[in-house]
Design a protein around this ligand. Structure first.
Ligand code: NIG
Ligand code: FE
Length: 401
């Protein structure tokens, strides 16, 4: 079955080499913008991209009547498998309580108590919510089970909705191990890893010496290297609550991404510059501005990272504690308004950058042979993603694949 998506007033491809690319102030060449464009799709892959007047014939034709189209958002960081409600914790924070990861135990208790079907329903609803806001690839972490059986269950459920599944047994030390941290780390790198590794692509750790609940440098290194030995690829939660070893560790171990990066030293920035080695081999700095917004924290210095030449991604971090928002357009709007990123940089970070953070060359752009993940905007230009915050203008196109 072939489709022709035509009538695209402005198409962002993230491919500067495509025919007909414009280059103007707000349209840098790297965005690969083509006006009055069309995309031909065959079996879920892009078969052709270019000016609509040159488009090939197809079985089905979808006319977008001048709307803008961007590559589907790649949300490379989310925690969607959880039950329970932590809105009261959020409200308490607004009156001054600091976030330290302690609330994760509340979600763990509710998640353990939920049935498979309840969790499956909650997860499906959150993924639908993302798609309705233009996200077409999502990474999903475990981390609210924290026992062998509950982590296995979370990963099995995550696999039902995405191939980008991350084992986060090292989210926090669960309450029953509060006085036996070393035993919990031994469980994570032992029996839990053995059971979980076949179900995941990635392993992640909440490396945060500023929280008694999370893991220090030595524990994090042990967990990540054990994960790597078990065949998993690495990601790290680092430098979220204060300066710390997360970024350096992620770079040292060639993790695909270090996420949050809220508190960085110059040495961290320098090491990330050195870790920008190209697609498939970099440690990307993934910024999660929804977290700073929801926890009233200072935003990461995106400008310093971009100006230095670090590979930057944007993701939602949708989770019940620090950011219960699944909206990539919100992340883009915050990146532009609060972190000094240009609209072009923000869109690129939410598509190509986050695809790099997942080491996925087939998503994050509109290019022949890649996945035909297209997000249509109820707007004439990609600039409206930042210009119309909170307005649901983005939706993933359903091309029946
Ligand atoms: O990415 N920092 C650790 N994990 C999540 C928050 C999890 C929670 O509070 O439930 C984060 O911010
Ligand atoms: Fe997270």
């Amino acid at each position: 079955m072939s489709f022709l998506v035509t009538g695209i007033g402005e198409l962002v491809t993230n491919d500067p080499d495509i025919a007909g690319v414009i280059e103007e102030d707000l349209y840098p060449a790297h965005l690969g913008v083509v006006r009055d464009a069309a995309v031909a799709v065959q079996d879920g892959r892009v078969a052709w991209v270019g000016p609509a007047c040159d488009a090939p014939a197809a079985d089905w034709r979808v006319d977008l009547e001048g709307r803008a189209v961007v590559p589907g958002f790649v949300d490379s960081h989310s925690h969607l498998v959880f039950a329970g409600d932590r809105s009261a914790e959020f409200a308490a924070r607004l009156t001054g309580a600091a976030y330290d990861g302690g609330g994760i135990a509340v979600s763990v208790a509710a998640t353990r108590a939920a049935t498979d079907d309840e969790l499956r329903r909650l997860l499906a609803r959150r993924v639908d919510e993302m798609r309705a806001q233009g996200t077409t690839t999502v990474e999903v972490k475990s981390g609210y089970g924290l026992s062998v059986a509950d982590e296995v269950r979370s990963l099995r459920l995550a696999r039902e909705v995405t191939g980008e599944v991350t084992f986060l047994g090292a989210h926090v030390v669960p309450p029953e191990f509060a006085d036996a941290r070393a035993d919990y780390v031994a469980l994570v790198v032992g029996e839990m890893l053995t059971a979980c590794a076949p179900l995941a692509r990635w392993i992640d750790v909440f490396c945060e010496p500023n929280s008694t609940h999370a893991f220090d440098e030595q524990e994090s290194r042990a967990i990540l290297t054990a994960g790597r030995d078990a065949g998993l690829e690495l990601r790290v939660h680092g430098n979220q609550l204060g300066p710390g070893p997360g970024v350096a560790l992620a770079v040292e171990l060639a993790a695909a991404s270090v996420d949050h990066c809220t508190f960085l030293s110059q040495a961290d920035v320098d090491s990330l510059v050195g870790a920008n080695r190209g697609v498939g081999d970099s440690t990307v700095a993934t910024l999660l501005p929804g977290v700073e917004f929801c926890t009233r924290s200072p935003y990461p210095d995106a400008r310093a990272l971009l100006d230095a030449g670090v590979a930057v991604a944007l993701a939602s971090d949708c989770n019940p504690g620090t950011c219960y928002s699944s909206s990539m357009p919100l992340a883009i709007a915050l990146a532009v308004r609060e972190m000094g990123m240009t609209p072009a940089e923000a869109l690129s970070a939410a598509t190509l950058g986050s695809a790099r953070a997942l080491r996925r060359p087939d998503v994050g752009r509109v290019a022949v042979g890649g996945r035909a993940d297209l997000t249509a905007l109820e707007a004439p230009s990609y600039l409206h993603l930042a210009y119309r915050p909170g307005v649901p203008i983005a939706r993933a196109l359903d091309l029946g694949v």
